[in-house]
Design a protein. Structure first.
Length: 121
């Protein structure tokens, strides 16, 4: 099989495991460079070198902050307070959501902010 096909299968497998969460997300993330190394697509030093990249660390920190918001109940409290403050007024709810999401975006990436708000509402 060609390296391109193997890489595509690894990507599809990783996406499936990320969506289903059959194994912890951190383990899924580690399986990708392991698989790329085992199938000799990349040398192990290259496959694992990206873990030290500053952008990987920034995303890791954002995911840690986002997960801590779920585990502490802060995200749920924000969502419930926003819905309660808006009452039955849809326009007010939309404005409050925009304000809260803008504030959260200062500490999380946009995807994380959206996930926090969708999951807590």
């Amino acid at each position: 099989m060609s390296p391109a096909i193997i890489t595509l299968l690894i990507l599809i497998g990783a996406a499936f495991l990320f969506f289903t969460e059959w194994i912890p997300l951190a383990a899924t993330a580690m399986l990708v460079p392991c698989a790329l190394s085992l199938f000799k697509i990349l040398k192990p030093t290259v496959a694992f070198s990206y873990w030290g990249d500053k952008w990987v660390m920034i995303f890791l920190a954002m995911f840690i902050v986002g997960e801590s918001m779920f585990r502490t109940g802060f995200a749920k409290a924000i969502g419930q307070a926003t819905v309660k403050a808006a009452g039955k007024n849809a326009l007010k709810l939309m404005i409050l959501i925009m304000i809260v999401v803008a504030a959260l975006s200062a500490f999380l990436n946009n995807t994380g902010t959206t996930a926090v708000f969708v999951r807590s509402s």
